[in-house]
Design a protein around this ligand. Structure first.
Ligand code: PMP
Length: 366
């Protein structure tokens, strides 16, 4: 039994923060309207653009990932706009709800949980909607461990329409490749507590020229999430509102670290640990929920045997092994468990999680 004081936190975010970053989080406050902050903000903005391979604008917003998603909608959707929402899980449904709350006329394209979106369906749905203003979807659906084929989806949207492409990349960005300029993505939304290895509290977005044009044309009321606030203040090296400084310190460090390692290596590292997780899970005869070709490189969903009480399973894994796994959400509650492997993850942490899961499954099915 593992009696470490720090649990092996294997939920799909917030990810555990290494000591060197925790020290930064504990750093003293600075004047967010002073030169020190300006220097950090400009450097971080450049670094964020590099991570996304983009020349588009990029901003830091003090909010969780949902704030970044709301900013994408608030700046580009107005009352009665036709929006296609591709939904493969809980977070896709959330994006649709946000678009509806801003008056969007949302067509939902739903998939069974554990499946990725089908490219032909997307094409035919785009063709069937007149005056389509935006296509919104989740890149990596954390609730099912499925990654949509982002490049291919973007290509189809560009072939078939002039619609804006708004992507929830909360649990993929920084771990799975996103080539914003090459794939022509208008707004990408992500958040600090995922592959960025920082505490929760800072959302990040990129904004294309086309998204800017749309934001200037529409009349949707907005304030805190108005792109223009972030742009105007960036020009003077400031945030529009008091930022979560402690999280910014951590994120500054992580961004540098990722780029020093090189994004190619960061993505490869995520793929390697995901492959390792799936291989090990299969060795224990555990069944992965999604098909191999769409299984996520940041979170693995594993089916629980039918006769197992999912709540008891999670609590036994925690109490006996000090491993904290993600459970299933909504209709997958009690049916799957999830192992997060975003950020800096060691094979030993995966081994420990799978040994714990397998042992408890065998104990409670006896
Ligand atoms: N989208 C995805 C894919 C997510 O994984 C999450 C967080 N789990 C969110 C959106 C929402 O982010 P937050 O909880 O930071 O608002």
């Amino acid at each position: 039994m593992n009696q470490k004081s720090n649990p092996n936190l294997r939920i799909p975010g917030p990810v555990p923060i290494p000591e060197e970053i925790l020290d930064l989080v504990g750093g003293q406050m600075i004047n967010h309207r002073g030169p020190e902050y300006a220097e950090m903000l400009h450097k971080m903005t450049d670094n964020l653009k590099s991570v996304f391979f983009t020349k588009n604008d990029a901003y830091f917003i003090t909010a969780s990932g949902t704030g970044a998603m709301e900013s994408a909608i608030a700046n580009t959707i107005e009352e009665n706009d036709n929006v296609l929402s591709i939904i493969i899980g809980v977070f896709g449904e959330r994006f649709a709800e946000i678009a509806e709350s801003y008056g969007g006329n949302v067509t939902r394209l739903n998939y069974d949980l554990g499946k990725a979106a089908d490219l032909d369906d997307i094409r035919s749905n785009i063709r069937s909607i007149n005056n389509l203003k935006a296509v919104i979807f989740t890149h990596n659906e954390s609730s099912t461990g499925v990654t949509n084929k982002l490049e291919e989806i973007c290509q189809i949207i560009h072939e078939e329409s002039e619609a804006l492409i708004l992507v929830d990349a909360v649990s993929s960005a920084g771990g799975i490749p996103i080539l914003v300029d090459e794939w022509g993505i208008d707004v990408v939304a992500t958040a600090s507590q995922k592959s960025w290895v920082a505490p929760p509290g800072i959302a990040m977005i990129t904004v294309s020229k086309k998204a800017w044009e749309r934001s200037k044309k529409i009349k949707t009321p907005k304030y805190y999430f108005d792109f223009q606030q972030y742009e105007d203040y960036l020009q003077i090296g400031q945030p529009p509102f008091t930022p979560s400084l402690s999280v910014m310190y951590a994120l500054d460090f992580s961004l540098e670290k990722m780029l020093n390692e090189s994004m190619i290596k960061v993505f490869k590292r995520h793929k390697d640990i995901a492959d390792y997780t799936r291989k090990k899970a299969k060795e224990f005869n555990l069944e992965i929920l999604p098909d191999e070709d769409v299984a996520s490189n940041t979170v693995t969903s594993i089916k629980l045997p039918k006769n197992i009480d999912g709540v008891k399973f999670l609590s036994e894994v925690k109490n006996k092994f000090n491993v904290i796994l993600g459970g299933g959400q909504k209709s997958l509650t009690g049916k799957i468990f999830r192992i997060g492997h975003m950020g800096w993850v060691e094979k030993e942490e995966i081994d420990e999680s799978l040994i714990a899961s397998n042992t408890i499954i065998r104990q409670i099915t006896k």
